[in-house]
Design a protein around this ligand. Structure first.
Ligand code: HEM
Length: 435
């Protein structure tokens, strides 16, 4: 998604909120959603859109409203699905997949899984992730053009794939399938007309995970990986059923694959567009953790999550009926000028920075510790290695109303003296990556 800098009272004032189409995936590839959200926060923070086929949804764009919708499962349920792509339908994963369940079903699945995905539990994974980072950055040593979006696309697979115990030969196809599932209208990922790309991706991913689960169950013991863990997991006093395990494998892989690469590309782009901020990082690498958080706020890779209203309610004067869909726009919440002073300024020292890029409340991203570790290790290495980045071609954005993504971003890098040799030695010493 293109990240623009609209000014309240500026050109955005010409936007007609009766005709804007936040559903249209093209908007996020070539349009200007931030200009629309800025006007919505100002004039219509709870806004209803009706699609030509009669389906409709409410949009909330203010930070505190987004938090309320995501936090309160009693008024806003996840059970019927959480993405606009299935607006008006019934999610077959409802009540079976953590992301599409409400407490207490959700809590029973989440608590045990939380333990294996906590920061503490993942500490031992850091050397493996650092090796993945070295391999990702190694092409920079050649001094040619490097496409950070293409390189980043496979990054999560290299640690989530290992964590889940998936064979490396499958990683490229799984990477593509997960993007097909969130951007079926994007011409680079379309394998047949719109909806069928989504269906085909789901079909292949579910069949794949079904096979992975059966293989582990057949072995009669839990392999030391996340899928093995799910086959043994006790939730609410019983083991998960086969379909529940498959849905949650899908959700974990999708959660990691479709978000993390875009946090990388968007942060590098922001640092290129704000060279003074990159210079601050070079001068003081201890700012890297803050830069990663600002990059997450800036990128907001997951654009929205949806809920359904469970009872008639009034929100900022608007009457929402039980059964209505409400979309919480995270990208907008992260630019709410009432919470983030000068929200369109990229500031690696922004504090406080309570962004909602990982959501809020019971469904707060379970992969956040893993994503944070991976992004921090990556940007630590980038700061150590790269003196400056320069664009080497146009940036192309993903056609998706769910993922604020960059699919192509060629650049060149000037490397820091001595750092290239250190990286080359590290790559040679690392050997093959998978643990
Ligand atoms: C920069 C990277 C990431 C971003 C921006 C992100 C964003 C989010 C957001 C906003 C939610 C909340 C969904 C909701 O409220 O309905 C979420 C949930 C989730 N994420 Fe992530 N995510 C990231 C990385 C990951 C990774 C690495 C994994 C896998 C290890 C993952 C797996 C999940 C799962 C399974 C859920 C559902 C949690 C639940 O329902 O309790 N995510 N993510």
């Amino acid at each position: 998604m293109r990240i623009s800098t609209p000014h309240p009272g500026g050109p955005g004032t010409g936007i007609d909120l009766d005709t804007v189409d936040l559903f249209d995936p093209e908007l996020y590839a070539v349009g200007d959603p931030h200009a629309i959200w800025t006007v919505m926060r100002e004039r219509a923070p709870v806004h209803r859109q009706t699609l030509p086929d009669g389906r409709s949804f409410w949009s909330v764009t203010k930070y505190h409203d987004v938090n309320d919708v995501l936090r309160d499962h009693t008024r806003f349920t996840s059970n019927r699905g959480t993405l606009l792509s299935i607006l008006g339908g019934t999610d077959p994963a409802g009540g079976k997949m953590m992301a599409a369940s409400d407490p207490p079903v959700h809590t029973a699945m989440r608590e045990p899984l939380n333990k294996v995905l906590s920061h503490r539990a993942l500490k031992s994974r850091q050397p493996q992730i650092r090796r993945v980072v070295h391999r990702l950055l190694a092409p920079l040593l050649d001094g040619g053009t490097w496409d950070v979006a293409a390189a980043g696309a496979g990054f999560p697979m290299a640690f989530t794939g290992t964590l889940m115990g998936l064979p490396e030969a499958d990683w490229p196809r799984l990477t593509r399938l997960t993007t097909m599932a969130v951007a079926p209208e994007d011409h680079d990922f379309r394998e047949s007309a719109g909806d069928s790309t989504l269906t085909a991706a789901h079909h292949e991913l579910f069949a794949y995970f079904s096979g992975q689960v059966k293989r582990r169950v057949r072995h009669g013991f839990a392999e030391d990986d996340l899928i093995g863990f799910l086959t043994e997991l006790e939730a609410g006093g019983r083991r998960l059923r086969h379909d529940e395990i498959v849905y949650n494998c899908y959700s974990l892989l999708l959660g990691a694959n479709v978000t993390t690469p875009h946090a990388i590309a968007a942060t590098v782009l922001a640092l290129m567009e704000h060279p003074q901020e990159y210079r601050r990082l070079l001068a003081d690498p201890s700012l890297t953790t803050g830069a990663v958080e600002e990059g997450l706020r800036w990128a907001s890779p997951a654009n929205h999550f949806m809920r359904y209203v469970t009872q008639d309610i009034t929100l900022r004067g608007q009457e929402l009926k039980a059964g209505d869909a409400v979309v919480a726009w995270l990208g907008s919440a992260n630019r709410d000028e009432e919470v983030f002073p000068e929200p369109f300024r990229f500031d690696v020292t922004r504090s406080p920075n309570r962004h909602v890029a990982f959501g809020f409340g019971p469904h707060y991203c379970i992969g956040a510790p893993l994503a944070r570790i991976a992004l921090r290790l990556l940007f630590e290495e980038i700061v150590a290695l790269v003196e400056a980045f320069a664009p080497a071609g146009p940036v192309e954005h993903l056609t998706s109303n769910f993922v604020a993504g960059i699919k192509r971003m060629p650049l060149t890098a000037t490397l820091r003296e001595g750092a290239a040799r250190t990286l080359a030695e590290a790559v040679a010493a690392d050997g093959p990556v998978p643990a």
